[in-house]
Design a protein around this ligand. Structure first.
Ligand code: PFF
Length: 477
């Protein structure tokens, strides 16, 4: 199939290339790292339930809405919204939510790259471990065979204590991301996504099966899927909403931008369904992969962002051929992170190229450079800058370091705000005929979509947002 007309003449070479790239954008550290972290911190089942509800009722219609905005506008997140607004005869100011999305993408990438750096570190650890095993004639050894399972988790503390390593890994990851984005859409993104996403999925299933047989699988199932409603606070709901949006890559420019490269013939609704299904499937599998190990070795489920990186290597330690499997798996997580980071930077670069009329390469290096610098501050906040409180005056962020402040500010404030405005715009302000034609839905399906995007999504987001962010306002403080 020929590439579609798109900004700069760029376009996906086929529908599958687009689906894979969009799934590549959605599936990433959000699924493998952030979902288990938040599920653990928020006590499991109740969080997971709200997360799944948010995916289906808010995330899915949002994905469809964003791709359709992009395809209609054929531009970056800001200018595409403006185009839909113009064609609907409403104010161009709606473009603002496209702009907030671009800002979110920019901010997400700052800490995303730091975490991707942790992944790279483990690629190095597992790589040298595997080489060692290979040269000693034992390629199917468990990972880190000479180490004791109790000390393996402390590798994360070692990494956080080593500033050059922490910054070096972040730098490496950012340079790669920028380099691929600088080369352009079809070249870089498509190739990476086409081969690696399916391999990633297969390995994830295999490791989960291994954990199911050897770890505390029943306990993990109960933890993730038995909701304890006493744990359902507004803050847990806000985390679940933020995670649903983050994980599906909505409200942060990526999907609008990618939608701009989709051909007119592509049917958007099944595509949106596939993205939601793959993304949620991978997150739940990741939960089922991590928690049996966590419970089996007695780690604290609420340990926070390091949990995944502490528990996985222990599984590879005991697993047959764990050294090889561990290496492969971290390499694949790295690629999953890369397809997401590319989409984050692409969302920013597509806008800046148009806004400033600069070339792709220069724009990518410049904005990627800004992201990199803020990322350095995020990385240092795990070490020497751990006491800095960027938004210390705000009770919600009182105890948060730079890394957590940026993460929480985006997922608790910016993403819900953009989701709310997108839903109101598509549900109430955009031309109904235009929206209907772009979705390709009719009859009952279109009515359901309309109901979700016009009513359920905005009301749901607003309620969660108000209760969690302004507890005093509603007498919860
Ligand atoms: N969805 C990605 C993940 O789960 O890792 C992160 C992400 C990518 C968020 C692109 C937002 C975005 F625009």
């Amino acid at each position: 199939m020929a590439g579609s007309a798109a900004p700069g003449g760029e376009g996906w070479s086929s529908r599958w290339a687009f689906v894979l790239a969009a799934v590549g954008a959605a599936v990433g550290l959000g699924n493998i790292w952030r979902f288990p972290t938040l599920a653990g911190e928020n006590g499991g089942g109740a969080f997971v339930l709200v997360y799944i509800a948010c995916i289906i009722l808010i995330g899915l219609p949002m994905v469809l809405s964003e791709i359709l905005i992009g395809r209609h506008g054929r531009s970056d997140a800001f200018h595409s919204v403006v185009k839909v607004a113009e064609d609907s005869n409403v104010s161009r100011n709606w473009g603002i939510f496209g702009g907030i999305g671009i800002l979110s993408a920019f901010l997400i990438l700052t800490f995303y790259s730091v975490v991707a750096g942790w992944v790279l570190y483990y690629v190095g650890v597992m790589g040298s471990d595997f080489l060692g095993a290979l040269f000693s004639g034992n390629p199917f050894a468990g990972a880190l065979a000479s180490e004791n399972p109790e000390t393996i988790p402390s590798r994360m503390t070692d990494l956080f204590g080593n500033i050059p390593l922490l910054l070096g890994m972040h730098t490496l990851f950012m340079v790669l991301t920028i380099w691929i984005v600088a080369r352009g859409v079809t070249d870089g993104i498509e190739k990476a996504a086409t081969y690696l996403m399916p391999t990633f999925f297969v390995l994830l299933v295999l490791i989960t099966l291994y954990g199911a047989f050897t770890g505390e699988f029943a306990k993990a199932l109960a933890f993730l899927f038995t909701p304890d409603f006493s744990k359902l606070t507004p803050s847990v709901m806000n985390d679940a909403l933020g995670q649903a949006l983050f994980s599906m890559s909505v409200a942060s420019a990526a999907l609008i931008t990618y939608g701009g490269y989709v051909s007119k013939e592509t049917r958007l609704a099944p595509t949106a369904g596939m993205i939601a299904f793959a993304d949620t499937g991978v997150a739940l599998l990741a939960g089922l992969m991590i928690f049996p190990i966590v419970f089996a070795v007695g780690l604290d489920a609420a340990a926070g962002p390091t949990l995944v990186f502490q528990s996985l290597p222990i599984a590879f330690h005991t697993m047959p051929a764990g050294s090889l499997v561990g290496l492969l798996f971290f390499v694949l997580i790295f690629f999953a992170a890369l397809t997401s980071s590319i989409s984050l930077l692409e969302g920013v670069v597509a806008w800046a190229m148009r806004r400033f009329e600069w070339g792709r390469a220069m724009t990518a290096w410049l904005f990627g450079g800004f992201v990199f610098l803020i990322g350095v501050a995020c990385a240092l906040s795990l070490n020497v800058w751990s006491d800095i409180r960027l938004l210390g005056f705000w009770p919600l962020f009182e105890e948060k370091n730079i890394f957590d402040t940026i993460d929480d500010f985006v997922s608790k404030i910016l993403l819900p705000t953009t989701a709310f405005l997108t839903a109101v715009f598509i549900g109430w302000r955009a031309d109904k005929k235009l929206v209907e034609a772009e979705t390709g839905l009719d009859g009952a399906l279109f009515a359901i979509y309309r109901f979700l995007i016009a009513w359920l999504a905005p009301v749901g987001v607003l309620l969660i947002f108000v209760f969690a962010v302004f507890p005093n306002l509603v007498g919860q403080g």
